[in-house]
Design a protein around this ligand. Sequence first.
Ligand SMILES: NC(=O)c1ccc[n+]([C@@H]2O[C@H](COP(=O)([O-])OP(=O)(O)OC[C@H]3O[C@@H](n4cnc5c(N)ncnc54)[C@H](O)[C@@H]3O)[C@@H](O)[C@H]2O)c1
Length: 267
Amino acid sequence: MERLKDKIAMVVGAGSIGPGWGNGKATAVTFAREGAEVFCVDRNAAAVAETVKIITGEGGKATAFTADVSQADQVEAMVAACLKAYGRIDVLDNNVGIAEMGSVVEVNEASWDHVFAVNLKSAYLAMKHVIPVMVRQGGGSIINISSIASIRHVGISYVSYGASKAAMNQMTRTTAVEFAAGHVRVNAILPGLMKTPMVEHSAGLAASYAKGDVEAMWRARDAQVPMGHMGEAWDVANAALYLASDESRYVTGIELVVDGGLTCRAG
Ligand SMILES: NC(=O)c1ccc[n+]([C@@H]2O[C@H](COP(=O)([O-])OP(=O)(O)OC[C@H]3O[C@@H](n4cnc5c(N)ncnc54)[C@H](O)[C@@H]3O)[C@@H](O)[C@H]2O)c1
């Protein structure tokens, strides 16, 4: 149970927008269970406090920090605070993400810009400030949480979400190549249909799937997947654990798909 022993891990988007387990919350708890000290960041102070409470309640070590990571000054402050608390950053998990519905015809410009700021600019800013630290230390592992919506139309119209995640994939590949010599690994995880609070509380998703009926949305999502069911936040957390640990030391620039076989199916 010590796959991340002696590592300092920063999880950005470590809360969850409702009760239950979001991907970042499960990842922060998994990292702590494997011996990492976790610097947990979220714009929602109560949500990130809950994640830290779970970790410390289990005997793990974690610190909460509140920031809107679409804002450059707040990302700089986040990195400075982590360095002040721990002196290094071995793992960065960029997990924040939002989905707003609509095709290119329907999405308004403000919504487009907002989705790109939260989903893409946040990861750019975090890497911009964390990579120099990792290079100075002699290396590190960065995990960008993308989505299978970056490579497929999954039946829901949210073009800005898929486009921002697709850009994240290419930013991941490019950055992996550019910092490989500095032993900074940069990988993406592409979750499929996960059963998380974000999905449960998105009126737009429930409306798109099943006219607002959340139970019917769960059934529709289960039915889409070859394995017959959605994934859980823990499936994303376990993939992130592998990429954070030294077990993946020769792996960089990949898109790790975690989707129960969904993207393998033609229709
Ligand atoms: N749930 C799914 O089916 C699914 C599928 C594919 C990809 N993903 C991706 O997984 C990630 C997490 O999803 P989740 O379902 O666990 O969502 P979630 O909303 O439960 O967790 C995301 C957290 O990020 C925080 N956050 C959002 N914007 C922020 C900002 N600007 N600054 C700081 N914190 C911010 C939220 O407060 C929340 O606590 C997202 O990137 C999402 O796109 C989810």
